[in-house]
Design a protein around this ligand. Structure first.
Ligand SMILES: *[C@@H]1O[C@H](CO)[C@@H](O)[C@H](O)[C@H]1NC(C)=O
Ligand SMILES: *[C@@H]1O[C@H](CO)[C@@H](O)[C@H](O)[C@H]1NC(C)=O
Ligand SMILES: *[C@@H]1O[C@H](CO)[C@@H](O)[C@H](O)[C@H]1NC(C)=O
Length: 390
């Protein structure tokens, strides 16, 4: 036990150390206008000399990147489908759990692609006709299947397995649009596969799961999750994916819901962040191994944990004045529920790290893009621009 907590502490200190050692300062840069063309956003980001091309962007994960799939599923986890969600997305709620664009929308703008549409929203003919990528992400989704006892709470969301199954269907649907196997394989190998998953497994599944059924201890659970993630990344590779961006798990103890939640006066913030750090600590080795064993693959790891630690350590650098509160008024009024429908959110949305008690603001999504795009102190072994070019 002592050695476990020591290694957690070491991990924690290590990650803190690295923030101050090597994260470059980024000047604050406001979120660019919603309607912005590729050439303009490239200029805005100081990349105007670049020609950036990506045939397709495929998105897997949870509510951080869900663009509306849960609206079409039988699930209570379908909260972002009304204003003020989408207030900065042309004023249109879509199911994105934030005020504006997500990191994958920004990637689409930078690479000149349409926003990857949520696959559940599309007709059969659209599913056969779109070759610029789809979004399979599902709010409350995880690496693992939801523990049986918890299915009434979450309903019919898409776990990673089901997201990959849908991706398999997509391939079957669109393959006919390519002249040859070679041209299809080349398309797949140049496309980007973006994965943001694990926080629900380590957070709410684990916390609720333990109340209802026997659950492994953190270390075993983490190992189990990593093994499952590894299998699924391999499955994606077998289907043709080559260029991966895998985000590690953010310190979800810092979600407003968790900062404001105390049970019997006890805060679980540190426990939660340690769980994320335990998972993250073992992730690089797994990705390096996959990178070596799967020919032609590149697995880019993005350090979400560090992104949040860095923002908390020096919020003003990025123009944030509030790191701990929800921008919107939530249903219970105590930062424990999603936004209250049609309520007026804070006016200084750009200066909040969180838009609702669970999800980051568009400003964080944009910072995520900027770090991922060209900052090698947050990405390994290369940044997104290098991955696209490779
Ligand atoms: C398929 O896409 C093309 C453009 O890429 C469009 O002109 C056509 O109407 C689409 N067909 C269907 C059935 O959606
Ligand atoms: C943890 O995993 C080890 C080896 O895989 C196993 O022997 C042990 O019973 C597990 N412990 C728990 C609490 O699940
Ligand atoms: C938040 O408010 C709701 C409704 O008033 C209440 O049931 C709940 O216990 C409160 N939670 C916390 C953590 O204060």
């Amino acid at each position: 036990m002592a050695s476990t907590s020591l290694s957690f502490l070491a991990l924690f200190l290590l990650s803190l150390g690295s923030i101050f050692a090597d994260s470059k300062r980024l000047p604050p840069l406001p979120v660019p206008p919603f309607h912005i063309k590729q050439a303009e956003i490239l200029r805005y980001l100081g990349l105007d000399k670049r020609s950036i091309k990506l045939p397709a962007l495929y998105v897997f994960g949870d509510s951080f990147v869900d663009a509306g799939n849960n609206k079409y599923l039988q699930t209570p986890s379908n909260d972002a489908n009304y204003l003020p969600y989408g207030i900065d997305f042309g004023g249109v709620p879509t199911g994105r759990a934030t005020n504006g664009r997500t990191v994958v929308d920004f990637i689409a703008q930078v690479t000149g692609l349409p926003f990857p549409p949520p696959v559940m929203e599309l007709s059969e003919s659209q599913r056969k006709n779109i070759t610029t990528g789809f979004n399979y992400a599902s709010s409350s989704g995880g690496i693992a299947h939801i523990p049986m006892a918890l299915t009434p709470i979450f309903g019919d969301i898409l776990n990673l397995d089901e997201q990959i199954q849908l991706f398999k269907d997509s391939i079957t649907n669109i393959k006919g649009r390519f002249d040859s196997d070679e041209s299809f394989n080349s398309y797949m190998s140049k496309s980007l596969f973006f994965i943001n998953i694990g926080a629900n497994d380590l957070g709410i599944y684990w916390e609720l799961g333990r109340l209802h059924t026997t659950f492994p201890k953190v270390k075993n659970y983490t190992r189990f999750l990593l093994k499952e993630l590894c299998k699924r990344l391999e499955a994606m590779y077998q289907l043709g994916a080559r260029k991966f961006v895998v985000n590690n798990v953010f310190p979800f103890g810092y979600q407003p819901v968790n900062l404001h939640l105390k049970m019997n006066g006890i805060s679980f913030v540190e426990d939660m962040n340690r769980r994320a750090a335990s998972f993250n600590g073992r992730l690089p080795k797994i990705l390096t191994k996959l990178d070596k064993s799967l020919r032609g693959s590149t697995f880019v790891l993005f350090d979400m944990y560090k992104l949040f630690e860095d923002v908390r350590a020096r919020p003003a650098t990025y123009g944030f004045t509030n790191v701990k509160d929800s921008c919107c008024v939530d249903i219970s009024g105590n930062q424990t529920r999603p936004c209250l429908p049609y309520s007026v959110p804070c006016s200084d949305r750009a200066s909040h790290v969180f838009f609702d008690p669970f999800h980051p603001s568009e400003s964080i999504h944009f910072l995520w893009l900027r770090r991922l795009l060209k900052d090698n102190s947050f990405t390994s072994p290369r940044n997104l621009l290098q991955l696209i070019k490779s």
